[in-house]
Write a new protein. Structure first.
Lengths: 342, 342
């Protein structure tokens, strides 16, 4: 990467809010960040760790407390608003569901920094808009009004507007909030492709740990104690940065699965033998019921698919029982544990 | 499609204009009206006098007022992203009222009655001057305050509060004034399209034309503001400068019209909604001329109704605009199209 100018570079940047005349409150430590063309970076961190503040500062919507932000090698404070608008486009969480605004009109507003002083669109503007529509797959609802769109469609349209603005850096503030799972995956996939194919740098703040780990080239991790960590997703997991960032009582990051397990007390132990989807989901169900999955336990479950039908065989004290579904299995386990108590 | 709508509106407008000139306490056939308007001579000298000196100026005033109030209402609704905003929200109308109250309630009945008898209530230069000064005073206050306020919502609240303060000052004044003086002032608050003639009409036309021109030039800024301050900023708009321009042109329009014709309500709220509903767009390059067309048409219709054709009575214009404007506002909020915002 040496020799290449980063699209975004921060030098000893401190972001935060000015509380009173002399009392500045920084929310994350001193930040020295680099973002290069073609990279997708996810900004993760708990609520209140300063993700939005950082994005707003980079976009020039609020002043930094210390340090500098450089866009394409030029210092942010030296740029005019229209020049910044040609370098960064935003997708914010602000509501834009105006009833009379149709989708095409909204996307074409992205050409604002480029269009004439009355807002008339040139041939070049129209091409940029058409391109943004094509990439985001929004052509089906061009004539609809903004207030008739679903959350997922609305987010795609807002992204199309940002793409139409034609900037080397696109920043999105929690773009997947309120979206259902397929829409979330679609959007992240789209952003990933966009970074790879167009060479744009994309910075996303998100709470979607799982999707971020899958799609991000780099992760910037902010935590409430003014800690900041940046690196490959996998490295941040292995070096314990995730655990530190989301450190709250009783919440532990599971390095093996890359998730934060919901179920805390796994008091009982059980062995599960078997492979495939049935075994995976059986283990999940057992976890939920408070079982720890370990090898060579007194109680064990063998998952068999030999007969063509999936069977759960429970072995305990040389007795065995056969179940035909996970529901039956859980009932049987509950019965036997009740018996043991008696 | 838009061409059809525009030609239909233009046709209705021409018809309303001719009717407005033709109808009144003295009935003049439309054929005669056309002849007086387009040829220098008419057989009937009285009719010519009535048309040239009274009805034509009044119809022209209706056109000017319709354009100015509708466009300033549109600007306020977009700037504050509030469907119920109108030119009076900034307190400019209240400022004009304060100026008039100051003259009418304190200068003593002799001057007032003299001016009213000699020139008609709104024809008095003294009152126009007082209203202009009052409106300008509030405008300077709002503009200077708004340059230090970050959020447009705060500007809106400050404007409404300044309007309230101004109106309560007027109320205190009324409380201590003689009943005859209060009556004069009340009559002014009913609004009047008559009495703006000759030089006054010319000045009003120039002032409103300047305001409309400023407004049209800021249509691109208004478009960007549809997405809210943050998005507007991210597209390179300097929000404070745009706000200054928009508040400035609204003040010129609303202040000028209130000074010459008294406070005329409801046109400013209702017409922008009608324009959006008819032209199905949010682009101000279309909405501003559309507001002029529809505002003019509505104002002429209100004036025709105010004449109570066939009778000798003339109702105050403000009563009619409220009578017609309120159902429109109700229709916007509760009607089949529901409130589509701004």
């Amino acid at each position: 990467m040496a020799g290449k100018t980063p699209i975004l570079h921060t030098d000893n940047l401190v972001v935060g809010y000015q509380a009173g005349k002399k009392n500045a409150k920084g929310v994350a430590g001193t930040l020295n960040l680099n973002l290069y063309a073609g990279e997708l970076v996810c900004l993760l961190g708990p609520n209140g760790s300063g993700k939005s503040t950082l994005l707003r500062t980079i976009a020039g919507l609020q002043p930094s407390l210390q340090g500098t932000v450089k866009l394409d090698g030029e210092e942010l404070t030296q740029l005019k608003p229209t020049q910044i608008a040609k370098k960064i486009s935003l997708v914010l969480t602000d509501n834009v569901r105006s009833g009379n605004l149709d989708v095409y009109a909204l996307i074409s507003l992205g050409r604002y920094p480029h269009s004439g002083w009355l807002g008339t669109l040139s041939e070049e503007d129209k091409q940029a808009i058409d391109y943004a529509i094509k990439v985001t797959g929004t052509s089906e609802f061009l004539n609809r009004k903004m207030d008739s769109l679903s959350d997922g469609e609305c987010q795609k349209v807002m992204l199309a507007r940002a793409i139409a603005q034609d900037t080397p850096l696109i920043m999105l503030d929690e773009p997947t909030a309120h979206l259902d799972l397929p829409s979330r995956i679609q959007l992240m996939r789209l952003l990933h492709q966009l970074a790879k194919e167009t060479g744009k740098a994309i910075l996303i703040s998100t709470h979607e740990l799982d999707l971020a780990l899958q799609s991000a080239d780099f992760i910037w991790l902010m935590s409430s104690g003014s800690h900041f960590a940046a690196g490959l997703p996998e490295e941040l997991i292995l070096n314990g940065a995730f655990q530190q960032a989301f450190d709250k009582d009783g919440i532990e990051f599971d390095i093996a699965t890359g998730t934060f397990p919901l179920h805390q007390s796994l008091a009982k132990a059980i062995t599960v033998e078997g492979t495939g989807a049935a075994a995976f989901w059986t283990k999940k169900a057992l976890n939920r019921k408070g079982y720890r999955i370990l090898a060579d336990q007194e109680q064990s479950i063998i998952i068999s698919t030999e007969t063509g039908e999936t069977l759960w065989i429970v072995m305990q004290n040389n007795e065995s029982g056969i179940c035909h579904s996970i529901t039956e299995l859980l009932l049987l386990l509950q019965d036997s544990s009740n018996k043991n108590l008696e | 499609m838009n061409k059809l709508k525009v030609s239909l509106l233009l046709f209705l407008l021409l018809a309303a204009f001719l009717l407005d000139v033709a109808l009144g306490s003295v009935h003049i056939p439309v054929k005669e009206v056309v002849r007086v308007l387009f040829t220098p001579h008419s057989d009937n000298a009285t009719w010519t006098y009535i048309i040239e000196k009274i009805r034509l100026p009044k119809a022209l005033t209706a056109i000017i007022v319709g354009c100015g109030l509708s466009v300033s209402g549109l600007q306020m609704q977009t700037l504050f992203r509030n469907p119920l905003a109108d030119p009076s929200v900034l307190g400019i109308t209240a400022g004009a009222s304060l100026g008039v109250a100051l003259v009418m309630l304190s200068a003593g009945s002799i001057t007032t009655i003299y001016t009213i008898q000699a020139l008609g209530i709104s024809g008095s230069w003294l009152i126009i001057l007082a209203a202009s000064l009052g409106a300008a005073l509030v405008m300077v206050l709002i503009v200077s305050l708004s340059s230090s306020l970050k959020d447009n919502v705060v500007v809106l609240i400050v404007g409404v509060m300044i309007g309230n303060i101004t109106l309560s000052v007027i109320s205190i004044w009324q409380y201590f004034s003689a009943p005859e003086l209060i009556k004069d002032y009340l009559i002014w608050t009913f609004g009047s399209l008559g009495g703006v003639t000759g030089n006054q009409l010319l000045i009003l036309a120039v002032v409103v034309l300047a305001g409309l021109l400023l407004s049209f030039l800021s249509s691109k800024l208004l478009d960007a503001l549809l997405l809210g301050d943050n998005y507007a900023r991210s597209m390179g708009l300097t929000v404070k400068r745009a706000r200054l321009l928009i508040i400035g042109s609204t003040s010129i329009l609303a202040g000028g019209i209130t000074a010459f014709c008294g406070p005329i309500g409801f046109i400013g709220i209702a017409v922008p909604h009608l324009a959006r509903a008819i032209f199905q767009t949010s682009s101000h390059r279309i909405l501003i001329p559309a507001c002029c067309l529809i505002g003019t048409l509505l104002m002429l219709c209100c004036d025709i109704i105010a004449q109570l054709p066939g009778s000798q009575t003339v109702l105050p214009i403000n009563v009619i605009t409220a009578l017609i404007g309120s159902p429109v506002v109700i229709w916007i909020i509760a009607g089949p199209n529901k409130l589509r915002g701004f």
